[in-house]
Design a protein around this ligand. Structure first.
Ligand SMILES: [Ca+2]
Ligand SMILES: [Ca+2]
Ligand SMILES: [Ca+2]
Length: 154
């Protein structure tokens, strides 16, 4: 949902008289999606967030600056949270291990997909797949911070 934040930036530039007509038109196409995720952006605070609902609605399943190899067991930031997440957010500090890698099976097995800190959040995981092919929605069981990846959430 990087476009939403691009939109906000464009609006800001336009207000300052710096906006270009082409980017303003592009921004208009993005519409009003992901409004709850936008409203919940905390600023960079080092944490990853996940929600059972789409668009970051309701209370988060977990919030942590660390890794969690098992979202069902206690500890690591997530518990009783297997196969539930439908939206996620990366508010990590940029630089180093700033990418969140989400896994299909606990203990970092089978397949993964990643959320860049520059994407901010993914408000709908139903249109994303793991490296192993499964749909990401309601299928995440673990996460860890990494410095590179090749499958991305949008
Ligand atoms: Ca869900
Ligand atoms: Ca856990
Ligand atoms: Ca998505």
């Amino acid at each position: 949902m990087r476009k939403i934040f691009t939109t906000a930036a464009v609006v800001g530039l336009t207000a300052l008289g710096l906006g270009a007509p082409a980017t303003a038109a592009q921004a208009a196409e993005t519409g009003a999606q992901a409004t709850v995720c936008n409203s919940k952006w905390p600023g960079r605070n080092g944490n990853v967030y996940a929600w059972d609902a789409f668009d970051c609605q309701g209370n988060p399943l977990g919030v942590t600056a660390g890794n969690d190899p098992d979202w069902n067991s206690a500890g690591g930031g997530f518990a009783n949270a297997w196969d539930k997440a439908s939206s996620v957010m990366n508010a990590g500090y940029t630089g180093g291990n700033d990418i969140v890698q989400f896994w299909y099976i606990q203990q970092y097995q089978t397949g993964y997909t990643c959320l860049s800190p520059y994407e901010y959040f993914a408000d709908d995981l139903s249109d994303n797949t793991f490296s192993s092919g499964q749909n990401v929605n309601n299928n995440i069981r673990a996460h860890k911070w990494v410095s590179s990846c090749n499958v991305w959430l949008t």
